[in-house]
Design a protein around this ligand. Structure first.
Ligand code: SAH
Length: 224
């Protein structure tokens, strides 16, 4: 499915296999579609070149601009909670390196991923393009406002911690749709899952997590 990439050697493939086995399967993570995508996607292409050998470690990692690529296990949990499928149109808020957006591209029909920092958005789009993921569109902008021009979305995933669930994201959720976001304090959040049935949006609380702050209109601003 992915275009072959000259920088994806057998050595990285072995590290990736171990990542899936030791960090996901060993923790009883069993979503087969997510496991298959994470086994295939070269995560090291999404981190700065000097950090490539550490790209498959069991932690989040700096990607520049004071931002991070999330820990593989957290990405897996988020994607499993989202419940993707081949017909799904998905929105990601906080594209960062583009890693999770690329996984979404392998799991969904179409993906829009909004990133507020221009250098990261440009870099993420370049990696996604080189891998031939034509259904993944990185958009520069404030994703706390959603992306009204392509709404509604069957699935929405937020990859930065919000002080409260941004209302525009709930509004842009399709009927039967599902929204997963870390919501809470600046330094620790709960994974919140919203589901829309007609005009009703139900909310459930999942695991505790730690994400970099969501900024922008409905994110963290000076004084809140
Ligand atoms: N999903 C990413 C990791 C996200 S880190 C990956 O796979 O690498 C969180 C990202 O959210 C950062 O890049 C940050 O710049 C971005 N961000 C924070 N607030 C945002 C907003 N309002 N709109 C869009 N992106 C935002």
């Amino acid at each position: 499915m992915l275009s072959p990439h000259p920088d994806d050697s057998e050595r990285f493939a072995a590290l990736r296999h171990d990542m899936v086995q030791d960090q996901l399967e060993a923790r009883d993570f069993a979503d087969e579609r997510v496991l298959a995508a994470m086994r295939e996607l070269p995560r090291h292409l999404f981190v700065p070149p000097a950090r490539r050998m550490m790209a498959y470690a069991d932690n989040a990692m700096p990607i520049g601009e004071e931002q991070t690529i999330s820990q593989p296990y957290m990405v897996a949990l988020m994607l499993a909670a989202l419940q993707t499928g081949p017909e799904v149109v998905a929105l990601e808020v906080g594209a960062g390196s583009g890693y999770q957006a690329a996984l979404l591209g392998m799991l969904c029909r179409k993906v829009y991923a909004v990133e507020i920092i221009e250098t990261l958005a440009t870099r993420a789009q370049a990696v996604v393009d080189r891998l031939g993921l034509e259904n993944v569109h990185i958009v520069l902008g404030d994703g706390s406002l959603g992306l009204p021009e392509h709404a509604p979305y069957d699935r929405i995933i937020v990859a930065a911690g919000a002080p409260r669930m941004p209302e525009p994201l709930k509004d842009q959720l399709a009927d039967g749709g599902r929204l997963v976001a870390p919501v809470g304090g600046r330094h620790d959040q709960d994974l919140i899952i919203c589901e829309r049935q007609g005009h009703d949006v139900s909310t459930t609380h999942g695991v505790g997590c730690v994400f970099v702050p969501l900024v922008g209109e409905h994110g963290w601003r000076h004084g809140n």
